[in-house]
Write a protein that binds this ligand. Structure first.
Ligand SMILES: NC(=O)c1ccc[n+]([C@@H]2O[C@H](COP(=O)([O-])OP(=O)(O)OC[C@H]3O[C@@H](n4cnc5c(N)ncnc54)[C@H](O)[C@@H]3O)[C@@H](O)[C@H]2O)c1
Ligand SMILES: [Zn+2]
Ligand SMILES: [Zn+2]
Length: 393
């Protein structure tokens, strides 16, 4: 089959690789019909290279049809399914508490990491990902989400990751009717987090340097701002000088604006693997612009919820401010399956309450995936969300 493979920093290519087959009796194989590119893929593309092997298949936002089902999977050939990016068993101590991204049966103990993830580097088990024609799905007795036939792929596809991620981000931020929420970053995750805030009755401010991303959020009832001190002032003015009740950081480790951090990042991407890994594990290498801004902006006693991924181990944090402002911090990979029962009625609602129909800017055949990565990273051609269609073309 054809699959999108990691080859080096900012270098991915479509290669012919062996078709996946059933390994465990609870596996299934799906023919992938849609597979999105995520901001997390950009971290692998750019700074997490030391944890990748040449030829690794990327992708963790897939859906498709079951073409083979192991005897202990709960799926049947022909089922239409969305595959959550975390691989979880559904019944261990962590899973039984809804902490599916910490599944004790799939944790990558060698790296001290949580549950295995599709297409996500050695840190998460080097599991072949879903930007491919076919995908082997382990734990197909629990993970895959069966969906109906009535809606197009893109309505369901984002249940694999960014919709539950944004939902968890806002739930952890603990905002509802009448509260105020600021969202940093209007990539796909921030778009949904901001719209979910509006949907739950909050007044939502969002900040992003990219004009068309702000324009998109504005179409969904979000008050948008460029990143600047003036924006912070304006949001403070709108919240009686206190700052918003909560902030969702949907930017993560590659935030704009921090020359020093940028240098360290570039160094890691260019070092030989072992040295790069070591530096990444012990070094404080995140670009913390968005997180530090969030700490500045949130009101005293407020909550900061990190959806954006961070990966440094020695990041400088303003502990005085965090403590003095009495800030609560919540974070983590999304526990995808925990939120599906709440989200399914919303994605199937004919009135499309979260405006899911307004997110995808590019649909490309798999053969054009390298161009999709480049556009998404450089934010050219108005690119906000790319969906690959491996069965097209
Ligand atoms: N927690 C999870 O389970 C989970 C799941 C999916 C994605 N993520 C993470 O969420 C983050 C966002 O993903 P995405 O797909 O939306 O990616 P993205 O790269 O498209 O979005 C990031 C956005 O942040 C903006 N930005 C950069 N610096 C900023 C700053 N200082 N202030 C405000 N905005 C800034 C960029 O312009 C961009 O629009 C990534 O870190 C990704 O790894 C986490
Ligand atoms: Zn993702
Ligand atoms: Zn488990």
């Amino acid at each position: 089959m054809k699959a999108l493979t990691w080859q080096g920093k900012r270098n991915v290519s479509v290669e012919t690789v062996p078709d996946p087959g059933l390994v465990m009796p609870n596996d299934a194989i799906i023919e992938v019909t849609s597979s999105a590119i995520c901001g997390s893929d950009l971290h692998l593309y750019e700074v997490l290279g030391p944890f990748m092997d040449q030829g690794d298949i990327l992708g963790h936002e897939p859906m498709g049809r079951v073409v083979e089902a192991g005897s202990q999977s709960t799926l049947s050939v022909g089922d239409r399914v969305v595959v959550p990016f975390n691989i979880s068993c559904g019944s261990c101590w962590m899973c039984s508490r809804g902490l599916y991204s910490q599944c004790e049966r799939t944790q990558i103990t060698e790296y001290g990491s949580g549950a295995a993830l599709f297409g996500f580097s050695k840190l998460y088990g080097s599991v072949p990902g879903g930007q491919a024609e076919y995908l082997r799905v382990p734990h197909a007795d629990f993970g895959p989400i069966k969906v109906g036939e009535e809606r197009p792929d893109h309505r369901y596809l984002f249940l694999s990751d960014i919709l539950p991620t944004a939902w968890q981000g806002v739930k952890y931020a603990d905002v509802g009717e009448g509260d105020t929420l600021a969202v940093y970053g209007l990539g796909p995750v921030g778009q949904f987090a901001a719209r979910i805030g509006v949907h739950l009755g909050a007044r939502v401010f969002a900040l992003d340097p990219v004009e068309e991303r702000r324009e998109m959020a504005k179409r969904h009832g979000v008050e948008v701002f460029d990143i600047s001190d003036e924006s912070h002032e304006a949001i403070r003015d709108a919240t009686e000088g206190r700052g918003p009740d909560a902030v969702v950081d949907a930017v993560g480790m590659e935030g704009h604006q921090s020359p020093l951090g940028k240098l360290a990042h570039q160094a890691v991407g260019l070092l030989p693997d072992a040295a790069g890994q070591k530096l990444m594990e012990v070094g404080g290498l995140d670009r913390l612009s968005a997180l530090h801004s969030a700490i500045d902006l949130v009101r005293r006693g407020g909550t900061i919820s990190l959806s954006g991924v961070y990966g440094g181990q020695a990041d400088p944090m303003p502990m005085l401010t965090l403590f003095d402002k009495q800030i609560q911090l919540r974070m983590g990979q999304c526990n995808v399956k925990r939120w599906i029962d709440e989200l399914m009625p919303i994605v199937e609602d004919a009135s499309d309450p979260l405006g899911i129909d307004d997110l995808v800017t590019h649909r490309l055949p798999l053969s054009e995936a390298p161009r999709g990565y480049e556009m998404f990273q450089k934010k050219t051609d108005g690119c906000i969300k790319v969906v690959l269609e491996p069965q097209a073309g």
